[in-house]
Design a protein around this ligand. Sequence first.
Ligand code: ZN
Length: 223
Amino acid sequence: MSTKISSSALVVFSGGQDSTTCLYWAKKHFDKVYALSFVYGQRHSLEVEIAEQIAREAGVEWSKMDVSFISQLSTGCSLTDDSLEIEAEKADGAMFPTTFVPGRNLFFLSIAAVRARELGIKHLVTGVSQTDFSGYPDCRDSFVKSLNVTLNLAMEEQFVIHTPLMWIDKAATWALSDELGVLDLVRYRTLTCYNGIPGDGCGHCPACKLRREGLEKYLATKA
Ligand code: ZN
């Protein structure tokens, strides 16, 4: 898309690298942007505070919704259970890494769609990516397209779920944030780290590794 759509969009917004890049992508393409953050029992409440700060500075309407029931539905997720180790890779024989929160994007996008409908918005934006999907089935394009159809049928609406990062890797996501003029903001202010450290993060968790490798790859192409 190169032209601005004269309507509004609602961004599912965590305050991390991907959704912050999507927030600015949405600002470029839509007249009015709303950001919705979810409290789902994640280890670090700082995540939501950072999301609020970034959204407010970006001049978008921000709100949060408590969906902490998600963490009560299933056990064994290291992002919502402090007693579990965050593993870099899924264990041998396991279907998913411990960082998988079952149903997370299903709930987030469904709730965002109901909220969007209430606000008269038909465009939803999410930062999921099949390229770096880490084995999360609800980051895949087929899931998002299927849910899009389901949401339209469920509410007799014409929602369009935008996934600007679906087919690009972390390096290209950094390139996009640079193109949008927010590389430094994304680099120093967002929180992606599983250990709750903003900016470059702890440096050794899976999220920091993926983020850093992408950044190094992108900066190498710039030099
Ligand atoms: Zn980290």
